[in-house]
Design a binder for this molecule. Sequence first.
Ligand code: UDP
Length: 238
Amino acid sequence: MEKLEQLYEGKAKKVFRTDDPDVYLVYYKDDATAFNGEKKGTIVGKGAINNRMTNHMMALLEKEGVPTHLVKELSDRETLVKRVEIVKLEVIIRNISAGSFAKRFGVKEGIVFDEPTIEFSYKNDELGDPLMNAYHAIALKVATREEIEEIKRLAFKVNDFMKDYFKKRNIKLVDFKLEFGRLPDGRIVLADEISPDTCRFWDADTNEKLDKDRFRRDLGNVEEAYIEMEKRIFGENK
Ligand code: UDP
């Protein structure tokens, strides 16, 4: 597989074309942004950890019956993925109150919900990813009703699996963001990434934050948090 020209550069990843029109190459950077790009920085080693962790989680999810865009890990920062058209929704699942949820509803972080919640935001940087409900998404043709039903089903399935997976590693899965894509035949698959950039992870004993909130909130030990999450998943194997 040959790496051809860059198609797109996002905040944390670059996407390249390959000699297979149905396969793209994703490159994970160490760049970090927060607050819709207002805060910028570098988290040394993040790209490699996020690449490895995303691919590991997606491979496990495939086995659970969640289709993903994953094709093959090529190197510590590069992965081949299926070409998809990204559905312009950020899909957020929450098990515990935190972040924008705590702020919006004026509640503290750390409230454990009886059932997970789901919400969508419209993936649009200029607008700052506004909250969007299913009716809005259908009205604006962001997704069809059937696609939204499928996305909800898959997102809760991802949560069921990941909550349990991280619990076994003494981690609380607080919340996370997923993105989905459409394959050329229209099927919905999980895309983007699953990493400390896109999930909130708290140590189950101490509630210590082991995710990008350490960067967002200037809590220090940012790199260490990513390394700790890598260890919880892969052990000490480098
Ligand atoms: N999230 C993300 N990208 C975004 C917004 C949120 O990956 O553009 C993730 C975030 O890391 C957290 C979850 O989605 O795990 C919920 O984020 P929230 O809505 O609380 O927003 P935040 O407080 O991060 O702005």
